[in-house]
Design a protein around this ligand. Structure first.
Ligand SMILES: CC(C)(COP(=O)(O)OP(=O)(O)OC[C@H]1O[C@@H](n2cnc3c(N)ncnc32)[C@H](O)[C@@H]1OP(=O)(O)O)[C@@H](O)C(=O)NCCC(=O)NCCS
Length: 148
């Protein structure tokens, strides 16, 4: 597995993986905006030169905020998702920032288990946050840089 900053050529594959994996996903135009924006980073995950996943995060004052994150279906449950989070945690530590945050649908128990395994904790509940998903409840999770 190789994790590196996405190139423009990666964005087509990232759009497809996002569309197949996420209820709220970004199209090519949105991905290009993130690509050129100084405060956003897109990382691609490769396996044998094939893109199998990605993570998009925003760089904030004290933290990173994960905007979008997916591993392509055939490659799930093999540890890749955990490895990207590990990689991101190390970037955050190097940047001397305090925490990583993300928003998720409260009812997604698989994700809850995944993030718990990766030491994220619930920070707050966001009632009816997902207006485009029948006003589903959301929550914010955080992982804190304990070296801080
Ligand atoms: C969330 C996601 C990125 C995780 O990537 P991954 O490579 O599959 O994750 P890992 O292999 O590192 O971790 C597997 C762990 O996730 C959890 N998990 C994954 N699938 C599960 C399932 N069907 N049921 C229960 N737990 C599950 C478990 O904790 C599992 O560890 P365990 O087998 O030791 O219990 C991936 O599942 C995905 O792309 N999902 C769809 C998109 C999405 O929801 N993105 C997150 C948006 S915030």
């Amino acid at each position: 597995m190789l994790i590196k900053k996405a190139s423009l050529e990666d964005l087509n594959d990232i759009e497809i993986i996002g569309k197949n994996s996420l209820a709220i996903n970004y199209n090519l135009y949105n991905l290009e905006l993130f690509f050129y924006d100084f405060y956003h980073n897109i990382l691609s995950v490769f396996n044998n030169n094939i893109i199998i996943g990605f993570i998009i995060y925003e760089i904030k004052l004290n933290s990173y905020h994960i905007k979008s994150f997916a591993i392509d279906l055939p490659y799930r449950n093999k540890g890749y998702g955990g490895e990207i989070l590990y990689y991101l945690k190390n970037l955050l530590i190097k940047d001397n920032l305090k925490f990583i945050s993300l928003f998720m649908q409260s009812k997604n128990n698989i994700l809850k288990k995944f993030y718990k395994k990766n030491k994220f904790i619930k920070y707050c509940i966001m009632e009816k946050y997902y207006t485009s998903l029948d006003y589903d409840d959301g929550e914010e999770l955080r992982w804190y840089n304990e070296k801080d």
